[in-house]
Design a protein around this ligand. Sequence first.
Ligand code: FAD
Length: 350
Amino acid sequence: MGKQDIDYLIVGGGIAGALLAYALVESGKSVKLVHASINGEASPISAGLINPITGQRFVKTWQWELLHQVFVDFYTKLELDFQCKLLRSISIFQYLNSIEEENQCASRMLDIEYQNYLEFDKSKVNENDKFPLLKINRAYLLDINLLLKKIFTYLEQKGALFIEKFDYSDFDPAHLVWKKFEIKGGVVFSEGSFVMDNPFFQNLPFMAVKGHRSIVESKDYLFDNNVFKLNYSIIPIDKHRYWIGSNYEFNNRSVELNKEECEAQRNFIENNVILPRSTIVNQTIGIRPAMRDRRPVVGSHPDYKRIYIINGLGTKGSSLAPYCVTQLVKYMLNGENVDKEIHIKRFIWK
Ligand SMILES: Cc1cc2nc3c(=O)[nH]c(=O)nc-3n(C[C@H](O)[C@H](O)[C@H](O)COP(=O)(O)OP(=O)(O)OC[C@H]3O[C@@H](n4cnc5c(N)ncnc54)[C@H](O)[C@@H]3O)c2cc1C
């Protein structure tokens, strides 16, 4: 049987692969996305929170202004194309645990760069709260499951989606052939944490960061446009469902639930005044695909120039994916340089 020419084959349809497939199809390329939902995948488990100020020092996240511009444009285009709401502006109310944290935030607020982002909120959630709540403005919630559903439907309608597990033994890297397809542009691996089993990228310093999350239902209408960040984050999904999580287990790729962690989340939920009369309906895990230097990795394989990677989105897939996809598309289609901080070349390869 004769081979069929296509431009790009993408392996793995989490947020990285799905946005990439969409962007390439929109650029007029013929694309096939091979995707299987494998236990441990990150995107459908994610909360879709985009937080501009993170860490113990309350600093703006890496390249915030640039990332912000790119993800707002990207998701706004998707909202228009798919006629749905994907990105919501929200505020995050974060509990502070010490006078040092309060002072750190107060000094940040004096910095002009932070004035629109941070303020103290004097309302008390618990009677004996000692410190004000930190209100982080200009945050967002991405409806990542709706986004994936919309892109999969779009690709399916174009005959561009294969729901199956990509098997490396079906792939000829020298001639870029997969099954009946001869791939003219390139093959992109966007497999999330499963890249650690990929024979082409064994030399990259990946790190799997497992996290548990719980979904709760509550009959009470509590809040739908704010996120509370205590020991765990409480994130509204809709009027009666909340996402609670998460923990960080470094270098753990096991997909088993950790009973102690599930119990810790259960205790948190049962004893939390913000979540009265709520029931846990699901607890599960996802594995964040991270790099040891905490930056994404984008670019092509040193020996097989038309085998590409987009990975290492870590804890921030919702804000990083549009930027990484945009960089990769410009690189593949126009030969433009990839931002050196996310370029695969930064790793010593051989
Ligand atoms: C508990 C938790 C909470 C999180 N919360 C947030 C948050 O609030 N905000 C945020 O920005 N980020 C969050 N993240 C991080 C975010 O989920 C990741 O950064 C992002 O989803 C990574 O996307 P990805 O496409 O690279 O990987 P994945 O989402 O893992 O996608 C890769 C996909 O490829 C598929 N695949 C792999 N191998 C194959 C194969 N051989 N054949 C076919 N298909 C294959 C997998 O099944 C998977 O679906 C969270 C992660 C976790 C675990």
